[in-house]
Design a protein around this ligand. Structure first.
Ligand SMILES: *Cc1c(COP(=O)(O)O)cnc(C)c1O
Length: 425
């Protein structure tokens, strides 16, 4: 549970995150009355006196215990900076996290967090498919440190994870369960609470099995992993949180002791975001709910249109899950809306998918997602080109599949573009 500042309450009642994004954690009297937090474009901070700086460094290096209510003073922008600290306070509100850390990219958030907790000899159990950069980290880099990745299909149900954990050697070495859900691009879900229980059961007194969830696709609005027992929520803030396709950043949220550990690694690896990116993200957070709500509503129009279209074979959209689908109860339990990522199989194969993509006039052909503008791409030859072709089919990523990230345009304009491009395909 977040330790909220007093300004987050009226008459003892907590204000909602969207009400707090404009000013939480910043006081105009700090900066000449400026209504907005300035950009603290500085590498270092002056100390009042040598005694103060000594006290700051003792805390920074963990040489003494922190007094209750004592915050780490500002030292140097690789350790901390007001734009990052205020941003971290605001980000924590959405997921009701105790603490947060902001990074220079989603990948630096993920790699710094994994290296903070995994040790040689560990196993990391992860859902498949995962983001290409994460896939490379898991399968190419971590094994160089004797950390073994074991994947399970996101659409395989909790049984797929239990099967892997039935091997006592794997169970004994479990360092982390890592989920990326909904899976990209098929929108497959994994039960977060069930995974949290599995990680808990593998924990010993000296070692805690952690559950980390990459929540980029639905969070922080429509899915909050920490509320379902995850230890860490990770984000590529490049996507919905930034939301304007104009910056690269990442986030890790969780309990204060875990985030303190991650921040130590961040300080040493130097993977923090810069003050300007921090400031841009604060600006983005003011409209986060507006944008994600508009995108989610547009996506529903688009998905319904696609599902009815004779040139579309299948639509992968959380809002179309039917009650007898094993994914449906998971969706109802842990997601509050279907988000704005849609994939669909066009009738035909790669040639038809390419003709469709080339015919789009308004929707841009690009990877990335979550921005105000709608984007389309071909997973099999773009975001997932690196995946072994056989495994790719097993994950449900066909040659006829197109992925859409739906933006905030007028939904009828989006549908008009899709309609003419489907006709051209
Ligand atoms: C984009 C993305 C990442 C990587 O984030 P960057 O900000 O590009 O480093 C990680 N996970 C998911 C699900 C993503 O979509």
């Amino acid at each position: 549970m977040v330790k909220r500042k007093s300004e987050a309450f009226i008459n003892g009642k907590a204000l909602r995150p969207e009400s707090l994004m404009m000013g939480y954690g910043y006081h105009p009297e700090w900066s000449e009355g400026a209504i907005k937090c300035p950009i603290f474009q500085t590498s270092t901070f002056t100390f009042k006196n040598a005694e103060e700086s000594k006290a700051f460094f003792e805390l920074a290096y963990g040489l003494r215990k922190r007094d209750p209510n004592e915050e780490l003073g500002l030292i140097y922008s690789r350790l901390n900076n007001p734009d990052l600290e205020i941003l971290e306070d605001r980000l924590a509100l959405w997921d009701d996290a105790e603490a947060g850390a902001v990074f220079s990219s989603g990948m630096s958030a993920i790699s710094t967090t994994l290296l903070s907790f995994l040790r040689p000899g560990d196993v990391i159990l992860h859902s498949e498919p995962v983001y290409g950069g994460t896939d490379y980290l898991l399968k190419q880099i971590l094994p160089q440190f004797n950390i073994r990745p074991i994947g399970f299909l996101a659409n395989g149900g909790i049984e797929a994870i239990e099967r892997v954990l039935a091997d006592p050697d794997v169970a004994h070495r479990l360092g982390m369960i890592y989920l990326e859900i909904p899976a990209n691009p098929t929108n497959a879900l994994v039960d977060i609470a069930a995974c949290a229980a599995l990680a808990q059961r593998r924990s010993s007194s000296e070692r805690r099995g952690l559950l980390a969830v990459d929540n980029t696709f639905l969070g922080p609005l429509w899915q909050q992993p920490l509320k379902h027992g995850a230890d860490l929520a990770l984000y590529s803030a490049t996507k919905f949180i930034g939301g304007h396709s104009d910056l690269i950043a990442g986030v890790c949220l969780g309990a204060a002791d875990l985030i303190a550990h991650v921040k130590t690694m961040r300080t040493i690896m130097g993977t923090m975001a810069d003050p300007w990116t921090g400031w841009l993200l604060m600006r983005s957070l003011e409209t986060l709910k507006l944008r994600m709500t508009s995108q989610m509503k547009n996506a529903r129009y688009v998905a319904n249109f696609l599902a009815e279209h004779p040139r579309v074979e299948r639509v992968y959209y959380l809002g179309h899950l039917v009650e007898d689908d094993p994914q449906y109860p998971i969706y109802r339990k842990q997601c509050s809306a279907p988000g704005s990522m849609i994939a669909f199989d066009i009738v035909g194969g790669q040639a038809e998918a390419f003709r469709f993509l080339n015919a789009l006039e308004h929707i841009k052909l690009a990877v990335s997602l979550g921005g105000t503008e709608s984007l389309a791409e071909h997973p099999a030859t773009m975001t997932h080109a690196d995946v072994d072709p056989e495994e790719r089919i097993e994950m449900g990523i066909t040659d006829q599949m197109v992925r859409l990230s739906v933006g905030i345009e007028h939904p009828e304009d989006l549908i008009a573009d899709l309609e003419q491009a489907l006709a051209a395909a």
